[in-house]
Ligand binder design. Structure first.
Ligand SMILES: Nc1nc2c(ncn2[C@@H]2O[C@H](COP(=O)(O)OP(=O)(O)OP(=O)(O)O)[C@@H](O)[C@H]2O)c(=O)[nH]1
Ligand SMILES: [Mg+2]
Length: 343
């Protein structure tokens, strides 16, 4: 299924049913009192997070939801029936924004989380409520209240601990395949990955983290070159970025150091916060380097690039170095979590 990460919808809660003015009419009761019932409540609209759903695609096809009006009250003390609520199932990670005010109405973080989007109108009152000692035959009743309606933007921001960042063909999808059960397509042409993929990396029985593979980024992405940079928003909530670099490009003209610099420049252009996020370098495709010089070539890259932080040399294809990488990530995430909890 195609991965859709944005949709606009309109939701209309139902109006409340009207109350009614009515009087008891029975054969031997000449002046029966008021018996007009209340109107029913209009249907409300809720969003509920469901981890079995991973796209907003259906909201592209059905962008409008209208809950029913509550029934009007009737005579003989009959209350109108309330209308059914509408429940919209959305992926975990969906952020719902009011398009008019810009206010965030919901941020669905866990499975089964339920949020009211538009409240159905209350039913009106029937004339039974207006009876008093001075007015035994009230003709008053009230109308049902209108239901709320909103224009909403839905945005799916995947929830991953670690995000992969890199030029097309760097081997991001190959890496996520090597360390998780995710099976994104891998091919030797750029922009194989067109939508984000999530993989659960199981380190041991009860330790795991989620990795996100996103489409490749190229120089000029901010200006729309390639697939642009809008996919970077999926990295917004990650705690660590892995910058995957093809250390042995097929084309001799390509200088990995320049490639890495160009990518980071795009990252910075996109968003300073993302740029400031902890980032490790992953030098991929070391299997392509001549064996005796492997280490020396990796170190040369790190030196030329002027990198001071953590880095790993791996082959996503053969799996070399991947488990060391995975354990280091797990340790880092656990430590970082411990610090956050202490604070
Ligand atoms: N020799 C070798 N080839 C690799 C390695 N990792 C990936 N490749 C190859 O590089 C090509 C691109 O790999 P992908 O995993 O599709 O790259 P990507 O970064 O996901 O690319 P996009 O989705 O286009 O951004 C494929 O032909 C892979 O088989 C590696 O460690 N060694
Ligand atoms: Mg890919």
């Amino acid at each position: 299924m195609k991965f859709i990460d944005e949709a606009k919808i309109q939701v209309f809660a139902g109006d409340g049913g009207n109350g009614v003015a009515s009087f008891r009419r029975e054969k031997f009761i000449p002046r029966g009192g008021p018996d007009g019932g209340d109107g029913g409540r209009g249907g409300s609209i809720y969003a509920i997070a469901d981890h079995n759903i991973n796209t907003l695609v259906e909201y592209r096809f059905t962008p409008l939801f209208r809950a029913k009006k509550g029934e009007n009250g009737r005579g003989s003390d009959c209350y109108g029936k309330s209308a059914d609520d509408i429940i919209l199932r959305m992926p975990v990670g969906t952020v719902i924004t009011n398009m008019v005010t810009g206010e965030i109405m919901a941020d669905l973080q866990h499975h089964d989380q339920k949020v009211l989007l538009a409240k159905g109108g209350a039913g009106g009152l029937g004339n039974i409520h207006f009876k008093s000692s001075t007015n035994r035959a009230p003709r008053q009743f009230t109308y049902g209240e209108p239901g709320e309606d909103f224009e909403l933007k839905l945005e799916l921001k995947v929830l991953a601990d670690v995000g992969l960042l890199g030029m097309p063909n760097a081997g991001k999808s190959t890496l996520i395949r090597a360390v998780s059960a995710a099976r994104p397509k891998v091919a030797d042409y750029p922009f194989t990955t067109l939508h984000p993929n999530l993989g659960v990396v199981r380190v041991d029985q009860d330790r795991s983290f989620v990795m996100a593979d996103i489409p490749g980024l190229v120089e000029g992405a901010a200006e729309g070159v390639g697939l642009g940079h809008r996919f970077l928003k999926h990295l917004a909530r990650t705690r660590l970025l892995l910058h995957v670099i093809d250390i042995a490009p097929f084309d001799e003209q390509i200088n990995p150091v320049h490639e890495a610099e160009a990518l980071v420049k795009e990252l910075k252009k996109y968003n300073e916060t993302l740029y400031q996020k902890p980032r490790w370098l992953v030098l991929n495709k070391i299997d392509m380097l001549p064996d005796p010089e492997r280490d020396a070539l990796c170190h040369k890259f790190i030196h030329d690039y002027g990198w001071k932080d953590k880095w790993f040399g791996i082959s996503a294809l053969t799996g070399e170095g991947c488990s060391a990488l995975v354990y280091a990530i797990m340790d880092y995430l656990e430590q970082e979590l411990a610090v956050t909890v202490e604070e």
